[in-house]
Ligand binder design. Structure first.
Ligand code: PLP
Length: 449
């Protein structure tokens, strides 16, 4: 490893950090992480913290997952690369597709299309949704509807359905024919609704209204995260996704579940869709599929949708793919991570400890006026900062950053996004880690005043 002075001097000099202003990265240097063990990370100065971000919502099994590390090393030796484009395949990609159809069978998702990450999975889902309708003679169905505050990655299609203008404005014009509806965000919603189930019904009604307004025969798909993640961890009422499924079915609109964060246990169930009792037509996955150790993704396809492609003539040809679709090292990492996930069932721990973490955060909120809202599902939680609880004016800028810095110095890495602090720790944490996350959160809150 280069010495710490070299790393600090060059941290942001030649590397543009994603989702950051280059000048800001120079002025406020990002933390330089050089080690990881269990649920802890270590920075360049040797400071050790619990990683309450879980990498970037992806290191579900922590940093010491031997099975994945060994699988990657062995695969590098056996076959470091071979393509799965028409005419060739590789053994690990085949093995992974077999394993995934087993894992996702209760979701009805029996086919996979491999990608290099979450944005790729979203992009190909949008394309295949249009193609599905074309094959069936409904080529007019080209539009997409999504939720305000939804996050669907950074490619042009994903950015177009993104529900936060911050990620769209610099890159417009984006894909035409993308429309957004207000999601079931209880703390702030345009309807003034304060009862979760009523809000779920209202948001679902907005979807049906938008489909009707656009003309159902022009709408290809509705895309949603089962729990909004990057938009501030917004769990809907348990009825919401079922209502969405019913509306989509009624109007022939496909349902794409963007489970890049929620698949593999984070919500307290194997997948977010299963958590809400819904089978989507497509499911976008990535992140924890390799426990974050290798860039890889899988678009999962429902059997009934797959059969339309498989039973078609030339129009069902998947004319889309990535050099790294089914990368053997990524596939080996995914086989090991998914097998380990199936073995230890980390969603059970998420279902037990998530409510405890939230209860602790709610307790802190009672004592700290700057916390306007506490939300979460399983082991994905957020606290929302406000300057005034009555007006709900968001607290942005220096205060959340002071929170993050103080919590970090006290031993816990938390991610601040806008006026939210987001917690998505590895799913293998225990009660002592929850206690530490809560005490460092209190340190952070004290530093804000
Ligand atoms: N979809 C969702 C729901 C995500 O949270 C993300 C990333 O955080 C993406 C898509 C994009 O994934 P990636 O960053 O791997 O391209």
């Amino acid at each position: 490893m280069k010495d710490s002075n070299f790393l600090k001097e060059n941290n942001a000099r030649h590397m543009w950090h994603p989702m950051a202003h280059p000048a800001d990265s120079m002025a406020n240097p990002p933390a330089i992480i050089t080690g990881g063990e269990g649920v802890h990370i270590v920075d360049v100065d040797g400071h050790r913290t619990i990683d309450a971000v879980g990498g970037l919502w992806n290191v579900n099994l922590g940093y010491s997952c031997k099975a994945v590390k060994e699988a990657v090393t062995a695969q590098m030796d056996a076959l470091p690369y071979y393509s799965t484009f028409r005419g060739t395949s590789n053994d690990k990609a085949i093995e992974l597709s077999y394993l995934l159809q087993d894992f996702f069978a209760p979701d009805g998702l029996t086919r996979s299309f491999f990608t290099s990450g979450g944005s790729d999975s979203v992009e190909v889902a949008l394309k295949l949704a249009r193609q599905y309708h074309r094959i069936r003679g409904e080529g007019t169905r080209t539009k997409f509807i999504s939720l305000e505050k939804g996050y669907h990655g950074t490619h042009f299609g994903g950015a177009s359905v993104n529900g936060n203008s911050k990620f769209r404005n610099s890159y417009e014009p984006l894909l035409a024919g993308c429309y957004h509806i207000p999601g079931p965000y209880l703390y702030r919603n345009p309807f003034g609704i304060t009862e979760p189930e009523a809000l779920a019904q209202q948001s679902a009604a907005m979807l049906e209204r938008e489909i009707g307004f656009q003309g159902a025969n022009t709408v290809a798909a509705f895309i949603m995260e089962p729990v909004l993640g990057a938009g501030g961890v917004v769990p809907p009422h348990p009825t919401f996704m079922k209502l969405v499924r019913e509306i989509c079915d009624k109007h022939g609109v496909l349902l794409i579940a963007d489970e890049v964060i929620t698949a593999f246990g984070r919500t307290g169930d194997e997948t977010g869709s299963r958590h809400w009792g819904v089978q989507p037509d497509f499911m976008c996955t990535a992140k924890a599929i390799t426990n974050g150790y290798f860039p890889f993704g899988a678009l999962m396809i429902h059997g009934r949708v797959a059969e339309v492609f498989e039973g078609s003539k030339g129009e069902g040809s998947v004319d889309s793919g990535y050099t790294y679709s089914g990368h053997p090292v990524g596939a080996a990492a995914a086989v090991a991570a998914v097998e380990e996930t199936m073995r230890i069932k980390p969603w059970e721990n998420a279902a037990t400890l998530g409510p405890k973490l939230r209860a602790g955060l709610q307790d802190l909120a009672r004592r700290h006026d700057i916390v306007g809202d506490v939300r979460g599902e399983g082991l994905m939680c957020a606290i929302e900062f406000v300057t005034d609880r009555k007006t709900k004016a968001p607290a942005t800028g220096a205060a959340p950053l002071a929170f993050q810095k103080a919590a970090y110095e006290d031993g816990v890495m938390v991610r601040v996004s806008g006026n939210n602090a987001i917690f998505s720790p590895p799913l293998v944490i225990d009660q002592s880690h929850v206690d530490k996350i809560l005490s460092a959160t209190e340190t952070g809150l004290n530093a804000m005043v």
